[in-house]
Write a protein that binds this ligand. Sequence first.
Ligand code: CS2
Length: 507
Amino acid sequence: MTHDRLSDGTLRSLPNQASVPAYDRDDIAPGIVHLGVGAFHRAHQAAYVDDCLAAGERDWGIVGVSLRSADTRDALAPQDGLYTLAIRDSGGESLRVIGSIQSMLVAPEDPGAVLAALIDPRTRIVTLTITEKAYLRAADGRLDETHPDIVHDLANPGLPRTAHGFLTEALARRRAVGTPAFTVLCCDNLPANGATLHRLLIEFAALRDQGLARQGDVQLAPQGDAPLASHIANDVAFPSSMVDRIVPATTDADRTRIAVELGVEDAWPVMTEPFCQWVVEDDFPAGRPAWEKFGVTMVADVGPFEDMKLRLLNGSHSGIAYLGLLSGHATVDRAFADPAIRQFVDRLWAEAISTLPEDAGLDTSAYTAELAQRFSNTALAHRTAQIANDGSQKLPQRIVASVLECLEAGTEMVHLTLVVAAWIAACAERGKALPEAHFTDPLDAPLTELLSRQLPANETVTAVFDLAGFARDHPERQTLIELAAVHLVHLRRDGPTLAFAALGIDS
Ligand code: CS2
């Protein structure tokens, strides 16, 4: 059956069970530019902004920017930026059409249009979900000055490719014409994400300042004016935030089901769970939507919330992903229903909890109990291979940070390190027990070459740590390597069964 397309025109004909934007979308001014308009943004920040617009706010429409591919724009432009959010659990599915994304841009097609949106004085907040790897950090955590896209953006400030290039150029242009800076709100799963992005942009701008000084170009840094790097350091707010909602990749079966339920076709509906959390550092000198009215927690310090989420949710997610893949489980709920994995996750949580501050008001038992429920959501079919992507970028903040703190504190810790070993083992199984490119990593080329050498476990872990920069220069690095290598020996010999047995977990 062919259906009409979801759009402003067909919105009023949708069945009553789907909630739709009740506000006049034409009456909304753009106020937020979002970089990385993927499924996560559409299930999370865009839904909170939609709530604010529905409550009568008019200044916070979203301009969605894709930094790489045209897929999202191609799917959503014919539907006026509308899409369905399908909120799923064992009780069923509820559908909500989101109207907050007003327009979409594809950066590689027209970087000038993205810069124009960023320098528009109505743009007061720039949000980002560009994934961990797009922050382009070198193994020492600093900006990777040698990355080709950074080199390109430093040489071509008016034609950026990276978030760093776009934000820096836009902030420079705004300053040049006296438009106040926008606030930059990082929504990626990085620790101290706002401060991290702030530091990276200052480093990027300092390189630009040096380049301009060398070229004698005084246009954007007039005589007597502070350099761009100081402007970004002193005059631009980068609140940190903790974002949380599980968003499995949309499948064709989802598209078909939603079309039948809605009676119109949606080329890219987004699947998610009922749970949603956003904790934001309240530092928005240029104003912000009244997010707190819709469940967003505005705080002075996001740090403890970020650490709890990264170490408990994301850390166990990565463990479930790699151990699940090695045990033949395609989805999180199936892996989590495996009694050995379940027991392992409980123990991993106990280790990670020991690294969290006790005086920050975190209720870790309620949090992990809720996580257990969320991971058991069979309606999501969240693929372990999806979470397994980009391990080299994710494990440092999810696992390695907790391990190092445990080691420093002399706390017993043998489960967290199994996740590191399981990542290495799962990478090595691609093209063997697991399909080739079942998941990917920015370090795939050197990683695959290294793993093909079949070095002894200790040497393998050491080489992987060198490559990925894990625990770089840390006094406990060697201990961590040895602990992970013991697990890798077991995983190589007899998979998770032996690794679990060595921990006293029956499978
Ligand atoms: C997951 C996250 O893919 C992954 O690495 O751990 O995307 C996770 O689902 C979200 O952070 C949940 O908020």
